[in-house]
Design a protein around this ligand. Structure first.
Ligand SMILES: Cc1cc2nc3c(=O)[nH]c(=O)nc-3n(C[C@H](O)[C@H](O)[C@H](O)COP(=O)(O)O)c2cc1C
Length: 201
């Protein structure tokens, strides 16, 4: 029997993750949903950047991006990714690794429609991760996209959501003298059955 109590209690790791995010939200100065997203290229060379977690569903962590970006291509090729959310205010982190897939077009459409117009236009104007000779070229691309798509742009097919479905989730909380608490949830059967292991800090 594992001595898993207090902030670690719960039978559903996604529920715990949502609870921790809720606790961090009033404490973080900005972007409490920011997560480092790791992917690898075809040579196994890793890369990492921040994205915003927009939803924690019953089976995964959702974020939105440009599918043609470097991360978009790496994710498409490997089908795997990892996330790390660190809250300095709580001295906690959550680590996630698993399989990653695009959200359905309908789900991406719904989120895209909820964004401010400027962000919707930006998704058309920015060829994310591609070289940009000068900033004014981007601003011109914004004007061109505004002229072309008007006030109700449809979602570009190259922009949308991804969901990471974890094979492992680890909850970490800082302890005195570096005697931190760590619990790793390893999937036994999808997102319903987990083996939970306390780890040395
Ligand atoms: C706080 C913060 C939030 C960000 N959120 C996102 C995001 O949700 N989606 C995204 O595509 N890029 C986001 N970015 C930009 C990425 O970190 C990155 O620069 C960009 O996606 C290009 O990455 P890539 O070239 O590896 O594909 C964010 C950056 C920061 C600092």
């Amino acid at each position: 029997m594992i001595d898993r109590e207090g902030i670690f209690t719960g039978d559903d790791p996604f529920g715990i993750a949502r609870r921790w995010l809720e606790e961090a939200t009033p404490l973080e100065p900005s972007d409490p949903n920011a997560a480092a997203l790791a992917s690898v290229d075809d040579d196994g060379m890793p890369d990492v950047r921040i994205v915003l977690i927009k939803d924690i569903e019953h089976d995964g962590f959702v974020f939105f991006t440009n599918y043609n970006s470097r991360k978009g291509q790496e994710i498409a090729n490997s089908g795997k990714a990892a996330l790390n959310i660190h809250w300095k205010s709580l001295a906690r982190q959550i680590r996630v690794r698993g399989h990653i897939e695009r959200l359905s077009a309908a789900e991406s459409d719904e989120y895209y429609a909820s964004r401010p117009l400027g962000s919707r236009i930006g998704a058309w104007a920015s060829a994310q991760s591609e070289p940009l000779a000068k900033k004014s070229d981007l601003l011109e691309a914004v004007q061109t996209a505004e002229a072309k798509h008007g006030r109700f742009p449809r979602r570009p097919t190259h922009w949308g959501g991804f969901k990471i479905t974890p094979t492992e989730i680890e909850f970490w909380s800082a302890g005195e003298f570096r005697l931190h608490d760590r619990f790793r949830w390893s999937s036994i059967s999808g997102c319903d059955k987990w083996e939970i292991t306390r780890l040395n800090p």
